[in-house]
Design a protein around this ligand. Structure first.
Ligand code: CA
Length: 311
């Protein structure tokens, strides 16, 4: 009897120890730091990268992740932004003592992350693109065509430009000395992405809506995207995305700025969440579809996926 009791006590102690270790490991406790890379777009309140990922960093940290929110030039080419990010990744590695990072990029941030992964693969364990135009954005194509003709006259094009182009102008005047809105735009067109993909791990980008390599040069690639535009009647940003989505004249499903197929990169977690381009970063202020999984949950699940993969 005494022996049984002591065995039970030992077993209970072991279980407690195990449980505490599991708790310590945490659902989102990845081996490498998670680095969040913002996109081109940002309204005033989210241009400062701190709030861009609304409540997402805290949700990831709560489960044990080491999270870094970086800030790069909001209006620049993928390459210029990529060099800025590479510098910050070096700093993060020095600060954290880690030897690699997990990059998660929203919109153009995914292309920024891809640039760093392709030019410094030894520093990057994984790249995850969220709502990134990996094959370019039809919206950027339409605006670019309008610029090329020397003026945007047609009403539809004008509406699209109001929803998208004005943001570039606003951000251009936001004190970024190196801002280059034409370079930024060219980094997002279909032609621009064909060129980009020919140089920076394009094997992870599918043709059309197909599948592509999950790993290139030791870097693992993941992605997810959305295909809804109007998701929450209380969110004023839905209207702007409703205008930009007019660019998708052939009924390609899109998130307001990026088509479903273009969002695909590496291992596709899902390309058709009921989310628009800003819902993907839990904006505006958490106003997202009540009929879909929460954006913050997607990030937590993905951190756990990275953890399970040993990243
Ligand atoms: Ca929203």
């Amino acid at each position: 009897m005494y022996r049984n009791t002591s065995l039970r006590a030992v077993a209970a102690a072991l279980l407690l120890l195990l449980a505490s270790q599991v708790a310590h490991a945490g659902y989102t406790a990845t081996r490498y730091p998670i680095v969040l890379v913002h996109g081109l777009l940002g309204f005033d309140s989210i241009a400062g990268a701190i709030n861009y990922w609304y409540r997402i960093p805290a949700e990831l940290e709560r489960g044990g992740a080491d999270v870094y929110v970086v800030k790069v030039d909001p209006v620049q080419s993928n390459e210029v932004r990529g060099e800025q990010l590479a510098q910050q990744v070096e700093d993060i590695l020095a600060i954290s003592g880690a030897d690699r990072v997990n990059l998660i990029g929203h919109s153009q941030g995914g292309l920024t992350a891809r640039y760093v992964a392709a030019t410094r693969p030894q520093l990057v364990a994984s790249v995850t693109s969220v709502g990134t135009p990996n094959q370019g954005s039809t919206v950027a194509d339409v605006i670019r065509a309008g610029l090329r003709e020397g003026g945007i006259s047609e009403s539809v094009v004008s509406s699209i430009a109001n929803g998208f182009g004005n943001l570039i102008n606003v951000l251009s005047g936001g004190g970024w000395s190196g801002a280059d809105s034409v370079a930024a735009l060219d980094s997002l067109t279909t032609a621009g992405l064909e060129d980009f993909n020919s140089r920076y791990h394009g094997a992870a980008v599918p043709s059309g809506c197909g599948n592509a390599a999950h790993m290139v040069d030791g870097v693992r690639y993941f992605s997810w995207g959305g295909t809804s535009v109007l998701t929450n009647v209380l969110d004023p940003s839905d209207a702007a995305l409703g205008l930009t989505s007019l660019a998708f004249v052939f009924d390609e499903r899109n998130d307001g700025l990026v088509g479903r197929c273009s969002s695909r990169l590496g291992y596709v977690i899902r390309d058709d969440y009921r989310m628009n381009h800003l819902d993907l970063v839990n904006q505006t202020f958490g106003l997202v579809s009540p009929f879909e999984v929460k954006p913050t949950t997607l990030y937590r699940q993905h951190a756990n996926r990275l953890q399970q993969a040993g990243f």
